[in-house]
Design a protein around this ligand. Structure first.
Ligand code: ADP
Length: 207
């Protein structure tokens, strides 16, 4: 299985790159933000509880998001692999992901971190807020809160994967297609099998 953790602060471009990666590698996209927003839309108790935290830019408790990921893994056992977008956001979430994927005799193939400076993130998210309808994208103070939660609680997840030799950092500012090519190069160099269509095999990249 090809299991990619796409990492970075809010507004780094994880969602955009995920859409391109799913098509290229035939992966299942697991975005905890999307899963939570779907719970909110359905008006579930979990959604109501999560909404308050999300609107404030705070993290939802680990056990909630871990439970959602566990359900998704169990429901997609025939998948070629997964893109984890917005998860893990804490070290306990990262440890749980290792444990959950081990149950299926697989693990995280690599972690790709999109690096973008705060001012650019704020600009992008305010722009997205004009059309996304997301309350957490419409207020500069809330956006800055999410970035500070990322810096204080989530950034250390990078060290977790660096410790496993799986961390790959990339500049997330530039043309979407250029960033996508760089991501593909990292993935192709880190997986034993060729992508579903197109792309360079690992030995071609090194040549
Ligand atoms: P963004 O990356 O733009 O902040 P997401 O859609 O990934 O947007 O997440 C929106 C919100 O959902 C987060 O601010 C947080 O409240 C909650 N959330 C999403 N994923 C997680 C997670 N893995 N752990 C805790 N909270 C999460």
């Amino acid at each position: 299985m090809l299991n990619i953790v796409l990492f970075g602060p809010p507004g780094a471009g994880k969602g955009t790159q995920s859409q391109k990666l799913i098509a290229r590698y035939n992966l299942v996209h697991l975005s905890t933000g999307d899963l939570l927003r779907s719970q909110i839309a359905q008006g579930t108790e979990l959604g109501l509880h999560a909404k308050k935290l999300m609107d404030e830019g705070l993290l939802v408790p680990d056990e909630v998001v871990i439970g959602m990921i566990e359900t998704q893994l169990a429901g997609n056992t025939d998948a070629a692999g997964f893109i984890f977008d917005g998860f893990p956001r804490t070290v306990p979430q990262a440890a749980s992901l290792d444990e959950l994927t081990q149950r299926y005799d697989t693990g995280v193939s690599c972690m790709i971190a999109l690096e973008v400076a705060e001012e650019e993130l704020v600009k992008r998210l305010l722009e997205r807020g004009k059309t996304s309808g997301r309350p957490d994208d419409q207020d500069e103070a809330k956006i800055r809160k999410r970035v500070s939660v990322y810096n204080n609680e989530t950034a250390q997840v990078a060290s977790y994967y660096a410790g496993q030799g799986k961390f790959h950092g990339l500049n997330g500012i530039g043309a979407i297609d250029d960033i996508f090519s760089q991501i593909c190069r990292i993935i192709d160099a880190n997986q034993p099998v060729a992508p579903v269509s197109g792309g360079l095999a690992a030995d071609e990249v090194k040549a």
